[in-house]
Design a protein around this ligand. Sequence first.
Ligand code: C2E
Ligand code: MG
Ligand code: MG
Length: 704
Amino acid sequence: MDAPIDPAHGGRDMDLTRAAEKLGALEDEIHHLYEHVPFGSHALDAQGVYLDINSLELSWLGYSRQEIVGKRKLTDFLTPASRLMLLRHLPAPGLNNVIADLELELLRRDGTSMPIALNSVGFADAAGKLLKRRAVVFDLREKRQNKIHQLVAAQAFEGLSGTYITDSQQVIQQVNHAFIELTGYSAQEAVGQTPRLLSSGQHDTAFYQAMWSALNKYGRWQGEICNRRKDGSAITLWLSVSAVLDAAGAVTNYIGSFFDITATKAAEAELLQLAYFDPLTRLPNRRLLLDRLTQAQAVAKRSGLCGAVLFVDLDHFKAINDTRGHEAGDRVLVETARRLRAAVRAGDSVARLGGDEFVVLLEGLDEKALESAAQAEIVAKKILESLAQSYQLDDIEFHCSASIGIELFADATSAVDLIQHADLAMYQSKAGGRNRVRFFDSSMQTQVLGRAALDHDLRHALELQQFQLFFQPQVNLQGQIVAAEALLRWHHPKRGLVAPGEFIALAEETELIVPIGLWVLETACAQLKDWEGQARTRHMRLAVNVSACQYRQDGFAVSVQKVLSASGIDPAKLVLEVTESMMLDVPDAIAKMNALKALGVSFSMDDFGTGYSSLVSLIQLPLSELKIDQSFVGQLGADASVGVIVRATIAMGHALGLEVVAEGVETQAQRELLVKKGCQRFQGYLFSRPVPIEAFEALLPQAQ
Ligand code: C2E
Ligand code: MG
Ligand code: MG
């Protein structure tokens, strides 16, 4: 600049000019000096606009001097956090006008950031007004890098966790050996990429959003993440990511550290499978079913569409297990599971409760219960049809029907109750002859409650001596009593005298029939012993009923033998009444009968004509008696075909050398018809109802 020249003061002007020249030279010198120092340097005016900047600092920023000097401010090149930081550290006017080693983040032209340390001094005039600031700026990149190295070293030595370090933009800067081993990527491949390199695409954006919001808020996130190795294989990681902050609280890096939990996850999945699925059929188990049922009920309540629970139970499955072994039984169950799945829609659930019990859960049927019931019934029938198809086990063909009980639901009642209702309806299907479908109705419920109470009482009936045997005579053509059938009665403290029809089935189910049956046998043998001692009863035979459950027991023959020898009676006086279905349900039924026959006892086929025994099996059985079922006797005279059957049965029985007894003879007319068809032995109300021993003995002719 040109100095003003005052001719009157020429000497002073000369001084000023020299001083200005000196100053300029000094400025040049300083400029030159700052141009060659190994740190950044700049000068700013009072507004923070660049007055001057050295080449090194320019190179950091990536701009030319012309673009900056007189035009831009330092704060234009700071990250928002750093800008705030600087403002906070700018000394108030008049105070010690120095900023020392303030760590800031420069924003460079290429968008990357760079850590620096700023040192500056303010120059003020005599009035204390800030004229300009001069600064020296240090590059902290190396220092930061060292810090990262330290962190990596610390992490890497921590154990086997894979570790990566990114910059604030998530660009991977460094990985450790475990990272390379676990992911299959080399350090060269990973550095420069973001962790998305490992993404499996299995997580949705919400997952990553949650991760980032935790990182932004707490500086840390950890959780399970499904990733992919370089070779494409899946890897489940337990990943923890931490943000590294600078002194100003801005993120400079992220450190991710992870463990491979793929194997743990697999074990966990296996445990889950065990806890919620049946290992044999891989179907959901009871626990999972209850879960699903509860959900289905909630959905039904919202949608207004009914659902249905189908309780499916295989008929006579135990026989397969008993006769062919458990391995065959298992195969039938697996096949049943497959057929059930195939019979329902993909959205419906099929579960196995255990044994041969399955439950099918149908959802979204209809708004109306009636329509829903019809739909459920169609599915149930389809299932019955599919299950009735033969099962091929190696070279053996099997048939195994099923019984189904259905309960509809429209809202959230107890899931356990629903299953119980369906179970009950299934039970009714079985009672109704198997291979059929029944819906639950509330009268069944009353029955169940009654049954539960009955079961409770039945358990104590033996010890409380509430049982009694009644005796019903069997008479010959002449009307003489030649034998008796012992029929069980229960003196219930509240219900009074309970007939076996009300409790035998329950006792069979709970296997209480085993001790009860033993008591019957002992009591009957004691009675026979008593009769043996009297002339008028010495000839009398006594029949006792044996249930399938009793007969199935391994120790049955032994226990009969024990009772026989303990009582000391003539075994020929004891008749065991068995049924046709027992011969099918119990494995080795014939062998067992032969073993018992060897003890001297005889067998009677009870309720003949209601089961499925073939003529062939009748011939094979060591029977001495057939009892024509009372349902035939009751229809005699009313239905001509019954007459034909009864006649044929009597003829066949006699041809096989068997005694034939007609049961349930109530009228004289029935007796006469039976006599005409060749029957010679009768039992029924016409002669006497079953009565206590005293009353029975009163029917006998008095001793002479
Ligand atoms: P069941 O062995 O067929 O016995 C004959 C049933 O017919 C008896 O019923 C008898 O009271 C009834 N009855 C006899 N004559 C007539 C008649 O003229 N008309 C009608 N309507 N019924 C007649 P109960 O005593 O109620 O026994 C029912 C069933 O309970 C028996 O049928 C038998 O299967 C079973 N049961 C009875 N006692 C025992 C027992 O000690 N052990 C086992 N396991 N079952 C038993
Ligand atoms: Mg009987
Ligand atoms: Mg009978």
